[in-house]
Design a protein around this ligand. Structure first.
Ligand SMILES: [Mg+2]
Length: 302
């Protein structure tokens, strides 16, 4: 194995240095090759992941969801695509939770050393790739507006605070959704696109009970209603573990075009970052990148 550890140092210097030290030692024991690169600024890892794609068979990404998203966007632009392993540090780690990758470095490396990586779908909004979640409207608009420092300090409380702020902003719109040969007009308060049954640290096993990370499909769910009714729907969404509620729009698709009809200002979030405004083309790229996955999670996910 010839691996490159791509590190986001913003995740905490001390923690990261310790992790690098342990990883180096474990790779030496196995007589595998490991290089280490520290990200210099936002977007740097996209550029480097593309540039060095031919030089390594594996990228180990040390950071949160945003860091993984950066690396994925670089790898997807390359014809040769290294395998990806994720090592969670930082605040938002949905992707590593989904894949069952541990915060314990030893356990994490055991998964990498003892298992084959698995071909996994990657999704695309316009020209931006994402791994597991995209959306527009209430909560999505506020999540990337939540101040990064605040996120670090208060964790999910920062989301709650911005969530309440978001109620006043009313990011409601009418959307034309074209997919699977049909056209729907929907009133949208929140539109969620998920490729796994998890979002914001919550397990939602009934969101798409048949959904897999390699079925070339993502699931789209629309929440309508406002204020108390919207909050009620969202609380029920969590309590019902993602189940579709009465008269809700839900579809599984490999391709969709979503056009906001009454505003140009709809902002789309993907893996926690702002990636597009207005009309979007959504597409699933089947089995695009091989990911290392905890063997205990494989049967459920693939
Ligand atoms: Mg899928």
């Amino acid at each position: 194995m010839k691996a490159l550890l791509l590190v986001n140092p913003a995740s905490g210097r001390e923690k990261v240095n310790k992790l690098v030290k342990v990883a180096k030692r474990k790779f030496e024991e196995k007589k595998y090759h490991l290089d280490v690169y520290f990200s210099k600024c936002a977007g740097d890892l996209t550029e480097k992941a593309l540039k060095w794609a031919g030089d390594y068979d594996t990228y180990i990404v040390c950071g949160g969801d945003g860091t993984i998203n950066e690396v994925v966007n670089g790898v997807m632009q390359s014809d040769v695509r290294p395998n990806i392993a994720v090592m969670p540090v930082g605040t938002v780690n949905d992707i590593s939770h989904i894949l069952g990758m541990s915060r314990n470095i030893g356990k994490n490396l055991d998964v990498i050393f003892n298992n084959k990586p698995i071909p996994t779908d990657i999704n695309k909004i316009n020209d931006h790739y994402f791994v597991y979640v995209s959306g527009a409207g209430y909560l999505t608009e506020v999540s990337y507006e939540a101040d990064r420092l605040e996120k670090k300090k208060y964790g999910s409380l920062a989301y709650l605070k911005t969530g309440i702020k978001g109620l006043k902003k009313k990011p409601f719109f009418t959307a034309k959704i074209e997919c699977n040969g049909e056209v729907y007009i929907e009133q949208v308060s929140l539109l969620l696109i998920l490729s796994a049954n998890q979002f914001g640290g919550m397990r939602l096993p009934f969101f798409a009970p048949q959904g897999k990370l390699n079925d070339s499909l993502v699931d789209i769910r629309v929440f309508s209603g406002r204020n108390i009714w919207l909050i009620f729907r969202l609380v029920m969404f969590i309590l019902l573990l993602g189940r579709k509620q009465y008269k809700q729009y839900h579809v599984a698709t490999s391709k969709a075009t979503i056009t906001p009809l009454d505003t140009d200002n709809v902002k789309w979030n993907a893996d926690g970052e702002l990636v597009a405004t207005g009309k979007i083309k959504l597409e699933v790229i089947p089995s695009a990148i091989n990911f290392y996955v905890n063997p205990k999670r494989v049967k459920k996910l693939y």
